[in-house]
Write a protein that binds this ligand. Structure first.
Ligand code: 5AD
Ligand code: SF4
Length: 462
């Protein structure tokens, strides 16, 4: 909403008046958290805060947390233990430190965090951080911990400033949040709430701002991004394909991606966009979770392996050079050896270029956590290592297949070694190239000469 939109000029004014302070932000989990962390940093800038990588000099520490698997939660608590020491040391030196826990652990655990870790001054959920400066001021003035985990009536995006501060040539843009799919293993529908899509006009404005700041590649984010159905300028709901085509018209934006998708929502218009929208990169992350139909049904995935196969075939027909990445969960309750073997078979059959593999982790409040037939930990560990080994081979085969090809590379930053830059191929894997720093932000053809399991190197084709 325009009433809360600050012009960059007023931001500068406030920044000059406010005393200089430092904030340290640590982000766990998915790219949507990366986006939220950037927005929180932008929200605090007018209060005089700038980012630091040194927690010891931070007046404000934010842990932006993830609740998707167990370890993430435990990492937060162990970080908080260390932060308590830092806060004590700073206090001895006469300095205050505000400690905030944001993200999905904040949403799920709420006041429990402040009880378990009294070092925490503020607990703020992913739908309520738009009032961060006020919440921090409240925690400071009362000296008591503040917990804000409501899903407010008004969406947070309309209250965030439109101005963005892009730091690189690639950026994230959250277009959709929440999920109505209710996979039985997943906390997202509980922590991020029901599906919500931002309007096309709001997203277009944010994307234009990013392009003006030099962003060349934009990744549209959503827990279930291809279920996007935001209001278009004509008042009707627009699909993700229609949104992508609109954003593709923005000058300066050369590449578009989106993640994470659900196989059920790969609509024909989105598949068609892969065929004829040149700015849409030929890399699709499409989680399948398991290779066995019985497990998919128990997961409430709402698709079978045959349907997944058909979707992949259709997209590959539209875009033959498409690379596919996926997510797998091993050791879902009741998963047999034979069902796990079907997952291994699927790796070979689809030829995934990349996969994120997880051991099933029972999440409190989800239906699968209550199932009786939990798979023993050593079995999960063994299955995970077999799947990883299979995927490593597959991924190495994919990167090796790129050797000899000439790919357009978007140069992002200096690489390790004199005169080297690192860029991004259309397939995500980073490419190291000898090139002048002036190439940063440019897209140039590179002949791939060598491939490691997860990276490439090559020479500029001039
Ligand atoms: N246990 C293990 N992995 C999970 N994921 C989501 N919930 C769980 C869980 N309870 C994985 C899925 C999802 C990815 C983001 O995290 O594979 O696609
Ligand atoms: Fe979680 Fe399933 Fe929704 Fe993905 S589709 S966010 S796994 S409930």
């Amino acid at each position: 909403m325009d009433t809360v939109t600050k012009s960059p000029a007023s931001d500068v004014l406030e920044a000059e008046q406010a005393p200089a302070k430092k904030m340290y932000v640590k982000t766990f989990g998915c790219q949507m958290n990366v986006y939220d962390s950037e927005r929180m940093t932008e929200l605090m800038a007018p209060q005089g805060y700038s980012e630091t990588a040194d927690i010891g000099e931070a007046d404000l520490v934010i842990l932006n947390t993830c609740h998707i698997r167990e370890k993430a939660v435990e990492k937060v608590y162990s970080d908080l233990g260390r932060i308590r020491q830092t806060k004590d040391e700073r206090r001895s030196a006469g300095k205050q430190t505000v400690v905030a826990v944001a993200g999905c652990v904040a949403q799920a655990e709420g006041a429990e965090i402040a009880r378990r870790a009294p070092v925490v001054d503020l607990v703020v959920g992913p739908q309520s951080y738009q009032t961060l400066p006020d919440l921090i001021a409240r925690a400071q003035s009362t000296g008591r911990s503040v917990v804000e985990t409501h899903f407010p009536e008004q969406d947070k995006f309309s209250q965030l400033p439109i101005a963005r501060t892009a730091k690189t040539t690639t950026a994230f843009l959250t277009v959709q949040e929440g999920c109505d799919k209710f996979c039985t293993f997943c906390v997202v529908p509980y922590t991020r709430g029901m599906e919500y899509s931002r309007t096309v006009s709001e997203l277009t404005r944010e994307a234009e701002k990013l392009a003006e700041q030099g962003v060349r590649e934009l990744t549209l984010l959503g827990q279930n991004v291809n279920a996007y159905h935001g209001e278009g300028p004509d008042g009707t709901p627009w699909s993700l394909a229609k949104l992508l085509r609109r954003l593709a018209q923005i000058d300066g934006l050369e590449r578009l991606r989106y993640t994470t998708s659900h196989p059920r929502d790969m609509s024909d218009d989105l598949i068609a966009a892969h065929g004829d929208e040149q700015k849409l990169m030929p890399f699709l992350h499409l989680p399948v979770q398991s290779g066995a139909d019985r497990i998919l049904a128990a997961m409430n995935r709402k698709h079978t392996i045959a349907e997944y196969r058909r979707v992949i075939a259709k997209i590959r027909a539209a875009r033959p050079d498409l690379a596919v990445s996926t997510d797998f969960i091993v050791g879902f309750p009741g998963e047999t050896d034979d069902e796990f073997a079907q997952t291994l078979d699927l790796v070979d059959e689809i030829g995934f270029a990349q996969a994120f593999t997880f051991k099933y982790s029972p999440r409190p409040g989800t239906p699968a956590a209550k199932l009786g037939d939990q798979v023993p930990e050593p079995v999960k560990t063994e299955r995970l290592s077999r799947l990883l080994e299979r995927m490593d081979r597959q991924q190495s085969a994919f990167t090796a297949s790129l050797v000899g090809r000439t790919l357009p590379v978007l140069f992002e930053k200096a690489g390790r070694g004199e005169g080297k830059l690192v860029g991004r191929s259309p397939y995500m894997f980073p490419v190291t190239v000898e090139a002048r720093a002036g190439f940063i932000g440019e897209i140039a053809p590179v002949r791939i000469s060598a491939a490691g399991p997860a990276s490439l190197s090559g020479e500029l084709v001039v």
